[in-house]
Design a protein. Sequence first.
Length: 400
Amino acid sequence: MLHDIRPAPALAARAAHTGGSPVREILALTARPEVISFAGGLPAGELFDARGIAAAFRHVLDETPQQALQYSTTEGDTALRAAVAARVSARGLATGADDLLVTTGSQQGLSLLATALLEPGDTVLVEDPCYLAALQVFGFAGARVVPVPTDDAGLDPAALDEIAARERPKLIYLVPTFQNPTGRTLPAERRAAVAGVAARHGLWIIEDDPYGELRFEGEPEPYLASFPGAEDRTALLGSFSKIVAPGLRLGWLRAPAALRRACVIAKQAADLHTSTVDQAAAARYLGGPGLDAHLERVRGAYRARRDALVDGLGAALPDGSRWNRPDGGMFVWAAMPAGYDAAALLPEVVRHDVAYVPGAPFYAGPADAGSMRLSFVTHPPEEIEEGLRRLAKTLRGARP
């Protein structure tokens, strides 16, 4: 019988001090089918091309089962990388298959970059507000996160220049197109300025682009990686989660050779390689007309859903509220007037079977308590309109 039992050692500081995602917690609270949720960035499930994806899986399992079910290289399926490279090149950034690493979702790509680039205590600059899961990644890496102010056009390059000179960061992370959480898109002149700041101050750039192909209005902006000064210092992340289906857990990373090789080694330590059969099926799907036809359907549906949300917010939010009208992506950013607290109001909102995500957790600096992120893609217009009526029952009657 053991008489002298000592407790197990404590968790690593990064595990003990990095919190869970408030978005995931809200999704758990709103999983009931009667809830109309503007909270999660969940693509519309009824729009998934299940038939086309199933056909792609059947093909690879019928034609090349031994390869599709076997171990594979860490870098990823050659045909899939070639297909991605062609799409990236068509958007103005010359890319070859060997420039890419396939990842288990772009979230893994961000984790691999943090592993390859960051030592504990290194400084990372982020847009304020910022993608929540990026804050988690940098927290686990032990980085010091410094926010850069934004306005309605996105990150402020002048503020970035001043902060970079003062803080001596190692990298800047941003989502320049249809940003999460704000839906904002950084204009070309600001992208050029960001590239210049990174070159002058010797920063790495992580350009996260999960939403770029979900544009349904306006002209596309060039990849940040294509601007002078950014070419040899930018890691570009992409994902199939928003344009095909998140259940595939497929993403990709484009980076300069030395950084890409470091990420390959980090991935070997993490999971050896991404699912072989999923990659093979995705390569087959991208090789036909299915994805482009699917994206046309999705863009049209999302445009109508965005319009339903934006056009109805005036009747749902308190007088004096503000919101934007993004040209694509998945999110609208709204802010109630001073004195309103979106987090404090959320429990009452949920009791009316509707939900949003309070904006405060997205901030690395002081938060706007009245801000909120609203996703317009998960529900059709008629459900969005009903969700806004439910929202109005709480928010229109609330007092600051």
